[in-house]
Design a protein around this ligand. Structure first.
Ligand code: DGJ
Length: 725
């Protein structure tokens, strides 16, 4: 619901209010938090009603003074009285860089705005979603800004994006364009971010805000293993179930910044958008530019509820296509089983055993094309290696299909190896700067997706691979950070656009392949989880979470990822022991119990398992199929988080609340342990729940007395299913 009265916009979801005021032509953020029934007058919502000493002032018509430096500003710009971190900066034809937007008007409409060429959450018929467009302009500079707000009433989320129009006579350069900026009227928060590196992605870090700017960012051209375009601002004592929590996420797959500027008056300015580093977007007369979409959520009942708001929205209104709603297949992938050392027979042998335990999809990973026996050649030459696949993809996929399985393939379409026919015939198709040495990453270069001839080529590769229907799954990998980013096309004025234009080129291809091949399931990947973001999830409903397949490590990685992204989006595989990344040996049961809540896969040669382990695999695959809906459409309650504990417990509560699954993982046990109980959440206190062995409990018992935890040795795991009777 969106209303406008007495210069105040009220954007209301079921549980939150977001309030913006028009104050002497300026747009102020007046409130973001718990839903208000009565909206105060604008004067009562101003942070201060006078201007502070040393604040440059504007004079009102009545002669009194105010300063934006002292107020909470909705979309701040550089160059006037507000000295905090600006949302928008531009350099104009006369060389100056001052912008001052004045309010012009607004439009309210039903449904959700869309963003041309960019991923975004969407509304479906019957959804209570509305759009507010606020128009601002700077007549001197010749720039108009349209601020877009999507209000998802039942999902309790607000989305934002900005469209800039060159409404003047001269071209200008946008140098900073945040998707969201919001001034919170308090700053005594902890900031939570998701950080890591290859094979240890998205581990939450939490620290109190201090005065100044704190931010996470990427300049790698991808969102990165290292930092994620998400952060939360939470009460100092907030936990999973209590305290206020604000969450901010950018639906974008390139360079980003996500941060907070705490000022000296206890205001926290949260901002998120494209990273301004090496971003200069020339806007010619009449042209427009859209920022990516930002999502903001608020919870008054802890970090757990903040995550659930993101999960529901992303599962249902960010992911799209037929795989959003149907059970996705259990797969087996040959990467850790064979690496580059395989041939048709080996793959068929792996698939035969997998088919026997109910696995539905055989995925052939890296090494099937060109002369690729290691990672130093052939990317770009997407033609089968006849040594390994004498009957081609077609011959192999037919044999896989004859086993009753589907066939899937790995590709890394954005890349080119220096040693490849593609690079020899098109040496200027990669990102590079003439006369400057290009740094290699995993022995490869990045194709220049700002070029139409390159994106057309990549589309044609997919057309060739996918048009005969032999392939029902694609793992889309991307294995390096970008360096020496320049394009051979467009000249000097285009170079500041390359990072963002690359991402637009990527989305164009992803849009093309998913529209043209709607029956193919795509999984995103970037050296594991270097591009785990909402942009990818809009096109591909699942992403390979991490190259670290150790069960214990995965408990932490999946926990951190679940701060913002639902388990239904996490590719999760059972691999061999000793684990290839950390050399740890965990039981097959634990490896399965950790993977079953994500998109389950196997990444090992099942022929090497003994009968007992094979029985476990059989059970896991059948449990996955049976419980899929609860894990993938239910709500997640993190009953015990792994950080700071030797165990972790997750509850998944089915949408209809009739089934609840408790997943328990003990990372480190101790003998002679003290008592341990974990209390379930959100059950019906008066109902009776029965576990799989027929024992009955009341909801009241499970939520107050709790479920007993036993952790007297390492690597205990358990999946308990309760059904309401
Ligand atoms: C990185 C991926 O994360 C792995 O799963 C695997 O596909 C390799 N690339 C193949 O090169």
């Amino acid at each position: 619901m969106i209303s406008f009265q007495k210069n105040v916009f009220h954007l209301a979801t079921k549980k939150t209010s977001y309030i913006i005021g028009v104050f002497h032509g300026q747009l102020l953020n007046l409130y973001f938090g718990k839903r208000l029934k009565n909206i105060p007058d604008i004067g009562d919502m101003l942070t201060v009603s006078y201007s502070r000493t040393f604040s440059p002032v504007d004079i009102r018509a009545d002669g009194t003074e105010y300063s934006t430096a002292d107020l909470t500003v909705e979309y701040p710009t550089f160059g006037t009285a507000d000295f905090r971190s600006p949302a928008f900066c531009a350099t104009y034809a006369d060389g100056t860089a001052v912008t001052r937007f004045e309010y012009q008007g607004y439009e309210i409409s039903e449904g959700k705005y869309s963003l041309p060429g960019l991923p975004a959450v969407y509304s479906e018929e019957g959804d209570r979603v509305s759009t507010l467009k606020i128009i601002m302009s700077d007549e001197v500079a010749g720039v108009t800004a349209e601020l877009y707000y999507g209000v998802f009433e039942d999902y309790n989320a607000i989305t934002r994006s900005v469209k800039f129009i060159n409404s003047g006579e001269n071209a200008f350069d946008i140098t900073r364009a945040m998707s969201l900026s919001v001034d919170l009227r308090r700053a005594d928060f902890d900031m939570v971010t998701l950080n890591g590196a290859w094979a240890r992605e998205r581990l939450p870090e939490r620290a109190p805000l201090r005065i100044g700017i704190q931010q996470v960012a990427s300049t790698r051209g991808i969102t990165s293993h290292h930092e994620n375009p998400f952060f939360a601002l939470v009460d100092g004592n907030a936990d999973e179930t209590s305290g206020e929590a604000y969450g901010f996420n950018l639906i974008y797959s390139g360079n980003f910044v996500a941060g907070v500027h705490k000022d000296n008056y206890n205001c926290a300015r949260a901002f998120i958008g494209i990273n301004p580093q090496n971003f200069t977007w020339r806007l010619e007369k009449g042209e427009c530019f859209y920022t990516p979409e930002a999502v903001a959520v608020y919870s008054d009942s802890g970090i757990g509820e903040m995550s659930r708001i993101f999960h529901r929205l992303y599962r249902e209104r960010l992911c799209k296509g037929k795989f959003r709603d149907i059970r996705r297949p259990v797969l087996i992938n040959n990467w850790e089983a064979t690496y580059f050392d395989f041939n048709e027979e080996k793959i068929v042998e792996i698939a035969k055993t997998a088919a026997g335990v109910g696995i539905e999809l055989m995925v052939l990973d890296d090494g099937w094309f060109g002369k690729r026996n290691s990672d130093n050649c052939s990317l770009g030459d997407w033609v089968e290696d006849p040594q390994k696949l004498p009957n081609g993809i077609k011959g192999l996929s037919q044999r896989i299909k004859a086993l009753g399985m589907n066939f899937g393939l790995w590709v890394e379409p954005e890349m080119v190896s220096p040693d490849s026919d593609l690079n020899r015939s098109h040496p200027d198709w990669c990102l590079h700067i003439d006369g400057r040495k290009s740094t290699l990453g995993r022995n490869q270069l990045v194709l220049d997706l700002t070029r139409k001839d390159v994106t057309d080529y990549i589309k044609s590769v997919f057309d060739r691979l996918l048009s005969d229907g032999d392939i029902s799954y694609i793992k889309w990998d991307m294995n390096r950070s970008m360096t020496e980013v320049g394009s051979a096309v467009g000249g000097p004025a285009a170079q500041g656009k390359v990072y963002h234009a690359y991402v637009l080129g990527l989305y164009d291809i992803m849009d093309y392949v998913t529209k043209n091949y709607p029956d193919v399931l795509f999984e995103g990947c970037s050296g594991g989880g270097a591009r785990f973001d909402g942009g990818i999830l809009h096109y591909f409903p699942q992403i390979w979470t991490s190259d670290d397949t150790d069960a214990l490590e995965r408990i932490y990685i999946q926990y951190g990822t679940s701060m913002c992204y639902p388990y239904s989006t996490m590719g999760a595989h059972v691999s061999a022991v000793p684990n290839h990344q950390v050399h740890r040996t965990t039981p097959i049961k634990m490896r399965g119990d950790v993977s079953i809540c994500g998109q389950l896969g196997y990444e090992l040669d099942l022929n090497k398992l003994d009968e007992k382990d094979m029985d476990s695999v059989r059970e896991q695959v059948s449990a996955y199929k049976r419980l899929y809906d609860v894990f993938h459409t239910g709500d997640l309650y993190r009953l015990m988080v792994p950080q700071g504990n030797n165990a972790a417990v997750n509850e998944f509560l089915a949408e209809d609340k009739n089934t609840v699954i408790i997943c328990t993982y003990v990372m480190k046990g101790s003998p002679n342990m003290p008592y341990g109980f974990v209390k379930l959440r959100a059950l019906d206190a008066d109902a009776t729940y029965e576990d799989e062995s027929g024992i009955r409990y009341t909801g009241e018992y499970l939520m107050n007395f709790g479920k007993k935890l036993s952790y007297n040795h390492d690597y205990i795991s358990d999946i308990t299913v309760f059904k309401k009777v």
